[in-house]
Design a protein around this ligand. Sequence first.
Ligand code: SF4
Length: 327
Amino acid sequence: MDERVRILDGSCEELKERMVAWGEPPYRADQIWRWLLRAGETDPARMTDLPSSVRARLAAETILNPLTPLTEVVSRDRLARKVLFALADGQTIEAVLMLYDRRRTVCISTQAGCGMGCLFCATGLSGFARNLTPGEIVAQVLHFARWLRDPEAGGRDAAPIPRPTTITNVVVMGMGEPLANYQATWQALRMLTDPQGFGLGARHITLSTVGLVPGIDRMAAEPLQVGLAVSLHAPTDELRDQLVPINRRYPLASLLAACHRYVARTRRRITFEYALMHGINDEVAQARQLADLLHGLLCHVNLIPLNPVEGSPFQPSSPARTRAFLE
Ligand code: SF4
């Protein structure tokens, strides 16, 4: 087993204690923290303001980057790139950088696999492996932050928009259910929003859940103003029980009650995600049911074209059905 300390799984305070134990002044931890979270630098050899003895110990005794990029897929318009990362135990996860609308958004994963079993989702069909650690979650953002800053990074010169250099938004919508890995996810979000850490505004982060009611209530009480998105995908329990099995534990009445409590407490608008599936949830009558369900709630509905999964019977709605549903 790898005994090295995973620095990003701890706090800057814990790193200070480590520095003192190494016979170094505590401010060394601030320097290392800045290198990791501000500069995205994970190679101790390049942490030029540290004494060589500290750099050597960091290299030998710690893990500064828990992710190994394996493959990268770039969209045809070059505005999205998806990276597959290997974790130390051989599990794999994905994260995506999207360069749309002047935003530099990273979509991150919080679990390897997912136990929620949504029928239309490739991750759900592959099952749950394990929760990610805070460092494994944060490192996905740092990977792309580094890529944006590096003038030599692969393909940079080919993107048809002015070169962005910082991440502007994070969406917690990749593999896994973030509220089922609550503690690690929120520790990661605190590192990403800490002015001494990555320094991203909490309002620039959106967390998407499939509807874990206790997690939504817990999130409503968090001081960080992170946005909430709920993957709804069906306007009735009958249909949602099939598409999103967690609905059997938290049916629509209890989910919507939690959403009302969330809005009452935070005064923030919720986004409901609705992936349109041909002949399944895209009838005009279902659009009316959806409107009735959400009536009176401070919210916004995001209609998403379904991403078809190989071998799955679920197909995206046609443009005509999508238009009719929207109208
Ligand atoms: Fe897929 Fe999200 Fe459902 Fe998990 S919760 S199975 S990742 S859609």
